[in-house]
Design a protein around this ligand. Structure first.
Ligand SMILES: Cc1cc2nc3c(=O)[nH]c(=O)nc-3n(C[C@H](O)[C@H](O)[C@H](O)COP(=O)(O)OP(=O)(O)OC[C@H]3O[C@@H](n4cnc5c(N)ncnc54)[C@H](O)[C@@H]3O)c2cc1C
Length: 410
């Protein structure tokens, strides 16, 4: 039986980070992947969505460019090219990962792995002994008992990322990060989007001011939504679907995206095996899987309460720490992004920065702004290293920038 220091199952952010870091310590690694190297993040998640989003943003900017003094005579979507570019980006990153595996001497088995015991993995009819096993097998889109994917009319996020053409209309059930991102991408590509959310507000996991602001932004962008509403029944038609809502309204649409969350992929649960990433069904984000891998392999500590969330689109949404609705005895400062000179320069006035403190300690930060995905990092650093609001305020912030909004709040 072949022997290895680490047997790693899954090649998403959790698996590839574990494999490459363990290899850098001189360990002998075998990695099992039943599909393509890169996992959900590279093939069905972070990367294809952000690549499509970039095209969507450019299209919207181009369509609205005359107010910036740029007249574009023909502004047309070339969907084949948009999809070709998305595939090319994925391929380039996948090749990079495969090269990195090869250079690191990682043995790569393209097969479904089964964990036999805490030291044994079986794949492709062979058995491998591994001193340690890490399972980073990820998650898959969730269905409802009476609303199952048919991959034509009732779609998962994987199906939407395989679109060869954008539909004229779509109903998106669920307004978590995935539902909100697809609403923004598809609506920017001129699809008529309607979001159905059972909770009281859109993006129910976010701070209440963020949810309310996003609802305002959706209204101005013409993205229809229903809150406190559920889907009672879906009827399939020859050319689309009919959706019966709990408020007795009936909607028709080309298709429906079910974005109600993801469930962990199935794998044997065995004591002594380390499980990381989406399969844990806790925080389902690529950087969480990466940090867990680094923690398990390199013993780099990290605070699971300070994992930032980002929802991409125009403008970006990002937050870390506590939400206002979860706090008592706190101080809140909030400024609109339009208070910042940079937002006027960029013609991007929608958004806000909100910082929550308790005894001068920053306990939560919530941002809707261009560059929010990077801005939030300043607050994550401050919170992780107990830098107080007073101390952070004493730092010099460049002008004109969105980060001045953090200074203004402090
Ligand atoms: C549409 C969408 C957009 C997203 N956008 C973002 C984003 O912008 N930022 C962010 O942080 N997160 C985002 N995510 C979430 C992110 O993709 C996941 O959190 C991340 O991929 C989890 O990494 P992982 O290593 O746990 O597993 P995965 O990336 O899911 O990888 C698991 C791998 O394991 C393989 N596997 C499973 N079982 C076996 C087996 N038995 N044998 C061999 N191989 C197996 C699978 O084929 C897969 O390749 C998004 C997700 C989706 C769906």
């Amino acid at each position: 039986m072949e022997k290895f220091d680490f047997g790693i199952i899954g090649s998403g952010p959790g698996g590839y980070t574990a494999a490459l870091n363990a290899a850098s310590l001189g360990k002998k690694i075998i990695l099992f992947e039943k599909d393509l190297i890169g996992g959900v993040c590279l093939h069905k998640g972070c990367i294809p969505t952000k690549t499509l989003l970039h095209s969507a943003e450019i299209y919207q900017t181009a369509k609205n460019s005359s107010s910036l003094g740029i007249d574009i005579n023909v502004c047309r979507l070339n969907i084949d090219k948009i999809i070709e570019r998305k595939t090319a980006v994925i391929e380039k990153l996948r090749n990079g990962l495969e090269r990195a595996f090869k250079n690191a001497g990682i043995v790569n088995v393209n097969a479904k792995a089964e964990i036999i015991d805490k030291n044994t993995i079986k794949a492709d009819g062979k058995t491998y002994f591994c001193d340690k096993i890490i399972a980073a097998v990820g998650s898959s889109p969730k269905e409802l008992p009476d609303l199952k994917f048919d991959h034509k009319l009732i779609l998962s996020s994987d199906d939407v990322l395989n679109f060869k053409n954008f539909p004229k209309s779509i109903i998106i059930v669920g307004s978590g990060a995935i539902g909100i991102e697809f609403s923004r991408i598809l609506s920017a590509f001129d699809t008529n989007v309607t979001v159905i959310e059972i909770a009281d507000n859109l993006l129910p996991n976010a701070d209440i001011d963020v949810s309310k602001r996003i609802e305002r932004i959706f209204k101005t962008k013409g993205i229809k939504f229903y809150t406190k509403t559920s889907v009672e029944k879906v009827e399939k038609l020859d050319d689309g679907i009919k959706v019966f809502l709990s408020n007795n309204e009936i909607l028709e649409s080309d298709c429906l995206l079910l974005a109600i969350g993801r469930e962990p992929n199935k794998i044997e649960k065995i004591e002594g095996v380390t499980y990381i990433g989406d399969v844990l069904n806790s925080i389902q984000l690529a950087h969480f899987a990466i940090k867990q891998a680094l923690n398990k392999i390199m013993q780099i500590p990290f605070d699971e309460n300070l994992v930032p969330s980002v929802v991409y689109g125009m403008p970006e949404i990002a937050w870390v720490g506590k939400r206002e609705q979860d706090l008592k005895n706190y101080k809140k400062t909030m400024i609109p992004i339009s208070a910042l000179a940079k937002s006027h320069c960029d013609n991007s006035l929608d958004g806000m920065i909100k910082i929550l403190t308790q005894d001068n300690k920053i306990v939560g930060a919530h941002i809707i702004s261009n560059e929010a995905s990077s801005l939030i990092q300043q607050l994550v650093i401050a919170m992780q290293f107990n830098i107080t609001a007073e101390q952070l305020k004493s730092v010099c912030f460049p002008h004109p920038t969105y980060s001045e909004g953090i200074f203004e709040c402090l």
